[in-house]
Design a protein around this ligand. Sequence first.
Ligand code: G1P
Length: 295
Amino acid sequence: MSFSNAIKPVRKAVFPVAGLGTRFLPATKVMPKEMLPLVDRPLIQHAIDEARDAGIEEFIFITGRAKEMLETHFDHQPELMETLEKRGKHDLLEKVKATALPEGSLFLTRQAKPLGLGHAIWCARKLVGNEPFAILLPDDVVLAKKGCLSQMIETYNEIGGNIVGVMDVPREQTASYGILDIKTDDGKLVDIKGLVEKPKPEDAPSTLSVIGRYILQPEVFDHLASFEKGAGGEIQITDAMAKLIGKQPFHGLRYEGQRYDCGSRLGFIEANIAFGMEDPEIGKQVRDLVKRFAA
Ligand code: G1P
């Protein structure tokens, strides 16, 4: 398999949303965890908005049982819009309008068994086809001036290949992330010589970790198809990505911005405070509130 020099544009993004969200029970007993609101937008919408800002045209959900609310959220809702219009609630109307995806741009497929993130991505192979694509894990939210995926696509359009968003973590946390084995590092862009999923701190080749933002070439599906089990007995995207290294360019990008782990309760609260402080309507009040708590 040789890597072509022509850089194909990234038009499609995959959103794995089949996970159970047990860490938020009982809140997620009925409601998908991706519908938890970060200020006034559900997590899934933060991810969709970031992808849309980055120029993504096709949105692919890997969904599962009891997740129908997610696709409904992006529907056009004429009745609600009419009511808001009649009541003169134009600011709310604009917010609701902004959620709707262009017709025919949302695609759904299902992951029937929870066999891991790599397996979830593999389920999208027919919808992605033979072109590069992005993956956004909605649990990972990045507060940034320019969206994290936009920054990655800018870099991708220059260098092509595969790019993951990366950040430094304390060594004691390496077992929660995919970790980079670094070939060269210019402080922003990292040339990767290996990737390890969730290594113990003493085994981790570095402390530079992958966050839930990826731009990958379609050849990754060939490796996912072997259904090899990795860390935690699951089919891992990290293992399939590692097999591309050496055959295709593979880089990590230290994006500008702050990533929050909204898959944990603490990270989710932190994200709500951080996004709340930046909110155009209630930002000042949230900042005052934080000051009052600190005093
Ligand atoms: C997944 C990936 C891991 C990555 C992380 C980022 O892990 O497997 O490589 O570092 O997302 O959030 P998970 O958080 O699903 O266990």
